[in-house]
Design a protein around this ligand. Structure first.
Ligand SMILES: C[C@H](O)[C@H](O)[C@H]1CNC2=NC(N)=NC(=O)C2=N1
Length: 102
């Protein structure tokens, strides 16, 4: 796949309410989702995983019970690209369908 162009966290965040810059010296975006329970959290992760495979673009994430912390960046571009915006928007939609609490 062709290498996507870096747009940077600030440009991505303008399109993604609810997301934040990771901070530090790394160009990445982050969001924490809270679900009713583990079942809904893991259902969300399963949907996101299938889309990640389809896009060949994968999240960094951490799950404890009903909480899923997600960080997105495009490693090949050393920062945030439109691929991250696409995956983030998909995850937001999936999270709302899964019963997002926050
Ligand atoms: C070989 C494979 O296509 C690449 O390593 C893909 C896989 N998933 C990826 N995911 C993310 N987030 N960034 C990448 O640069 C990336 N590259």
């Amino acid at each position: 796949m062709s290498r996507p162009d870096k747009i940077g966290a600030a440009a991505a965040l303008a399109k993604l309410p609810g997301w934040n810059a990771l901070g530090g010296d790394r160009d990445a975006i982050t969001r924490t989702y809270l679900f009713p329970d583990f079942n809904t959290a893991f259902g969300f992760m399963a949907r996101a995983a299938l889309m990640a495979e389809k896009l060949d673009h994968h999240p960094e994430w951490f799950n404890v019970y009903n909480r899923v912390e997600v960080t997105l960046a495009t490693h090949d571009a050393d920062g945030v690209t439109e691929l991250d915006v696409t995956l983030a928007a998909f995850m937001d939609n999936a999270a709302h369908h899964a019963g997002l609490k926050n």
